[in-house]
Ligand binder design. Structure first.
Ligand SMILES: Nc1ccn([C@@H]2O[C@H](COP(=O)(O)OP(=O)(O)OP(=O)(O)O)[C@@H](O)[C@H]2O)c(=O)n1
Ligand SMILES: C[C@](O)(CO)[C@H](O)COP(=O)(O)O
Length: 245
């Protein structure tokens, strides 16, 4: 029996750095809410996947019409992103098998391409640890002195920007997040928790335009990225995983 693929989408944030009137996942982007774009990209890549959507318990803006998946559930998000992901994994207890793949993808990353999603899934399917989409750092990196001036220039050799999705087997990811919480380790991505177990997640090079919409200028940038991707046309034979499985 083919293993199920689980998608966890943290979408319970408030978008404080965006400074908008509503959480950024509900801001209009090319005629649709950010969330609708993100879920559409995930569904194009993984139409048969099962979605767990983390929403703020007080969220009154969510519309189920934006969810294209046949099998999906919502869970209450937590105080931090890691808590929301942990809540989703707890909700999947008894549903997801320990060896089944969980891909965690920020709702705030609507520009991820279907081709990158499928490439990541294929790269991780045979990887015992799991991994993440990432992009090598291309800028010179400065560390500040806390007073607005350069304290040092950091080597960018071997530095990557971690992105999402990040994919790990259900049992390992649940154990890793639980261990991080128990140790009081604050993690801003899933890979950090897996690394804390002494494992080395795989870095899968992805497009740099897999932007996380965070600051006000990012919304217009995301719109330009979507338009540019549309003009590019479909990537290299990015058949969805249903065709490939
Ligand atoms: N308690 C939280 C915090 C964040 N997220 C989600 O995690 C992703 C990445 O988080 P971030 O970009 O920081 O989103 P926000 O927390 O909304 O932004 P801010 O930190 O500016 O408030 C987002 O899709 C966000 O919705 C979540 O599900 N639960
Ligand atoms: C998971 C992530 O998108 C990887 O870069 C990032 O860590 C999320 O950070 P945020 O502060 O929760 O946006």
């Amino acid at each position: 029996m083919s293993e199920a693929l689980w998608l966890v989408v943290p979408a319970a944030g408030q978008g404080r750095r965006m400074g908008a009137q509503r959480p950024k996942q509900y801001l209009a982007l090319a005629g649709q809410p950010v969330m609708a774009h993100t879920l559409s990209r995930l569904h194009q890549a993984f139409p048969a996947a099962r979605l767990c959507l983390c929403l703020d318990p007080d969220d009154t803006l969510f519309d189920p019409a934006w969810v294209p998946f046949a099998h999906w559930q919502r869970v209450a998000g937590g105080a931090e992103r890691a808590d929301s992901v942990a809540h989703a994994l707890a909700a999947l207890s008894g549903q997801a098998g320990d060896e089944e793949m969980v891909l965690v993808h920020d709702v705030a990353r609507p520009c991820v391409t279907v081709n990158d999603l499928v490439r990541l899934y294929e790269a991780l399917s045979n990887d015992a640890v799991g991994g993440l989409l990432a992009a090598p750092v291309a800028d010179t990196m400065k560390r500040d002195d806390g007073a607005g001036r350069v304290a040092a220039t950091e080597s960018r050799q071997g530095l990557w920007h971690a992105m999402t999705p990040q994919g790990f087997r259900y049992g390992l990811l649940r154990r890793a997040l639980a261990a991080a919480r128990q140790q009081g380790l604050v993690v801003t991505d899933e890979a950090s928790a897996v690394e804390a177990l002494g494992l080395q997640p795989r870095l899968v090079a992805g497009r740099r335009d897999n932007l996380k919409i965070t600051h006000p200028e990012d919304l217009a940038l995301a719109a330009r990225i979507l338009a540019a991707q549309h003009a590019e046309g479909p990537g290299p034979a990015a058949a969805s995983c249903r065709e490939k499985r």
